[in-house]
Design a protein around this ligand. Structure first.
Ligand code: AMP
Ligand code: TRP
Length: 327
């Protein structure tokens, strides 16, 4: 089975990324042949700083390894190192409609908050479709916010297959049962996010224990006293989900453990469970990040494997679309 996922290097990575992304990557890499892509080309679709992009790309590689990816077993690479991604994006843009792209909620949301709306922000999902389709992917582990992009990817693949002949396998999104959408601690009706959330309500994977404690201490809770996962309790439900993600316990398990206890103790123990999750990750991160030479060697290894596997698909795309090939 082929597994593929992508994650943007810009923007500090947070607990939501861990729940919907990192955690699933490490688990799915055991199920087959896995590719994890640092989508640096996607990062230039919104304003960014070039020096920051360079640093963050290396940070993210280190974080992917620190959260459990084995670069000898899985292919971990940067999108810009494999030119097939940019090429596939152009070719697929001819089978993606303006109307489809205009309907994407991520585009609508992000374009509202930008003064300069780049063409890249609009065509972002086409690049993403290419990422996935180039590897004949079966499953794509992601958070629920990516569902619409996954559906578009299937539609684009089907359209290409019916116009030019069977070329792509149809991928399915895989969303975690719990933690597919971690919410902001201050505004639990919004998803936790570097761009759309609050600073106090976003727990970063590299936050120090004290910062984590403070953020949970001031986390918004709901009226009542009960520690129960319910629709009318968005704050507490989110904390319960965070605790299940950090301890591996079930929702029922957490509820019964805290039955009859107050919010205060529950919040501080949730903070401690997150600190216990993050500490070893941070220690591994620092160790790996400290060796840029080794990081570059591993990135080169990943790029080579990814280029080799994606090449035949790109080649069939060119062939079937009627381009003259030279070799
Ligand atoms: P990004 O950092 O936007 O590239 O996202 C990387 C991964 O994290 C994607 O699979 C997202 O679906 C996932 N993700 C982002 N925010 C959240 C969230 N608040 N809860 C769960 N998953 C998330
Ligand atoms: N759009 C995704 C996000 O913001 C990142 C991404 C790019 C991706 N290409 C991908 C995710 C391919 C899965 C598969 O989270």
């Amino acid at each position: 089975m082929r597994i593929f996922s992508g994650i943007q290097p810009t923007g500090a990575k947070h607990l939501g990324n861990y729940a919907g992304g990192f955690r699933q990557y490490a688990a799915t890499q055991e199920q087959g042949e896995a590719f994890f892509c640092i989508v640096d080309l996607h990062s230039v679709s919104v304003p960014y700083d070039p020096a920051d992009l360079r640093e963050r790309t290396l940070d993210l590689f280190a974080l992917l390894v620190a959260t459990g990816l084995d670069p000898d077993r899985s292919t971990v690479f940067a999108q810009s190192h494999v030119s097939a991604h940019a090429e596939a994006s152009w070719l697929l843009s001819s089978v993606t409609s303006f109307g489809e792209l205009r309907r994407m909620t991520q585009f609508k949301e992000k374009s509202e908050s930008q003064e300069f709306v780049s063409a890249g922000l609009f065509t972002y999902p086409v690049l993403q479709a290419g990422d996935i389709l180039l590897y004949q992917t079966d499953i794509v582990p992601v958070g629920i916010d990516q569902r619409q992009h996954l559906e578009l990817t299937r539609d684009v693949a089907e359209r290409f297959n019916s116009r030019y002949g069977e070329t792509f396998r149809l991928p399915s999104g895989v969303y975690p049962e719990i933690g597919a959408k971690i919410m902001d601690l201050q505004e639990p009706e919004k998803k936790m996010s570097t761009t759309g959330g609050t600073e106090q309500g976003t727990v970063y994977l590299l936050d120090s224990p004290d910062v984590v404690r403070r953020k949970f201490k001031v986390a918004v809770t709901d009226s009542g006293r009960e520690i129960r996962h319910a629709e009318d309790k968005p704050g507490i439900s989110n904390l319960i989900e965070i605790m299940t993600v950090s301890t591996g316990d079930s929702i029922d398990g957490v509820q019964s453990r805290y039955d009859g206890q107050g919010y205060g103790a529950f919040k501080s123990e949730t903070a401690e469970s997150v600190i216990a999750l993050l500490e070893p990750i941070q220690a591994r991160f620092r160790e790996i990040r400290d060796d840029p030479g080794e990081l570059r060697r591993l990135l080169a290894l990943g790029a080579e494997k990814a280029a080799e596997v994606s090449r035949p698909t790109l080649e069939s795309m060119y062939e079937r679309m009627g381009f003259v090939r030279l070799g």
